[in-house]
Design a protein around this ligand. Structure first.
Ligand SMILES: C[S@@+](CC[C@H](N)C(=O)[O-])C[C@H]1O[C@@H](n2cnc3c(N)ncnc32)[C@H](O)[C@@H]1O
Length: 254
């Protein structure tokens, strides 16, 4: 499999999203639970891709701006906006600096399944801090770092009560990796694996206070596709807000 960027696989990813029930049936309900009412909120969809999350939030009354690195995904997002005008603005840029976005522009920020594609997590949380108003919130969704470590695999168990398990390897090895599954995203663009403690410590280091987390179970259709999801969550969603306290300076990784 040739290694690619999201810009190279924009059309393929757009199709992939529409075929996988996990996005609309698992991620979206979890995201909306953590985001809450959005009427009147000014929200950044960071690393928005083709904009499906931005559209869901805008349809519910939020004013949304999406930022992404990949011009081809932004062109798709813009095309969806032309088909169904929702007032969403799109900006091309790097989430690690978010230079096209102003200080304190947003009341909230969402980042769905994208922190794993961005090399510098601390820089990204610092960008989110900069663009949020005081007290602003961040909700992000990531593959569950405890169960989606490099080359983790489903395994058959002999226990009829729990027929599937998961072998987790390489948890402490924080690095970019590429899966060998030819049907997935990770074999194409890779994934930066980080420990759960790294996400939580870096969030705190950027001045965020944890509010709530979700480890959603599958919808019926998702459980049919991935039966192991009945036993083990593969997603983690986190809500945090900017705290007034002093920003921790030197919280190290791990
Ligand atoms: C798995 S896709 C998720 C896209 C969208 N949030 C969704 O749920 O479909 C990851 C996205 O991260 C974007 N991305 C990767 N690195 C980025 C960066 N440094 N700054 C902004 N976007 C980036 C990619 O272009 C891609 O759209």
């Amino acid at each position: 499999m040739t290694r690619a960027s999201y810009n190279d696989i924009a059309q393929w990813y757009d199709q992939f999203l529409r075929e996988r029930p996990v996005y609309m049936e698992v991620i979206l309900p979890g995201l909306l639970t953590l985001v809450g009412e959005v009427e009147g909120e000014v929200i950044c969809d960071l690393a928005c891709g083709q904009g499906w999350v931005a559209r869901e939030l805008a349809r519910r009354g939020a004013q949304v701006i999406g930022l992404d690195l990949a011009p081809n995904l932004l062109a798709l997002a813009q095309r969806y906006e032309e088909q169904e005008p929702l007032g969403i603005g799109y900006v091309q840029g790097d989430a690690q600096r978010a230079e096209g976005l102003s200080d304190h522009q947003f009341t909230g920020c969402v980042c769905v399944m994208a922190l794993i594609n961005i090399p510098d997590l601390q820089a990204t949380f610092q960008s989110v801090r900069r663009i949020l108003k005081p007290g602003g919130w961040l909700v992000f969704a990531i593959p569950h770092p405890c169960f989606e470590s490099p080359h983790a695999q489903w395994t058959s168990l002999s226990d009829p009560e729990h027929p599937l398990g998961r072998t987790v390897t390489g948890y402490f090895d924080e690095r970019q990796w590429f899966s060998s599954n030819p049907d997935g995203v990770r074999s194409r663009v890779g994934d930066y694996h980080r420990m759960l403690s790294t996400y939580l410590n870096q969030l705190a280091a950027a001045g965020f206070a944890l509010e709530r987390t979700l480890e959603p179970g599958p919808s019926d259709r998702q459980a049919e596709r991935v039966p192991g999801n009945r036993e083990i969550p593969t997603l983690l969603l986190i809500r945090a807000h900017l705290s007034d306290g002093p920003q921790a300076e030197n919280i190290s990784r791990g």
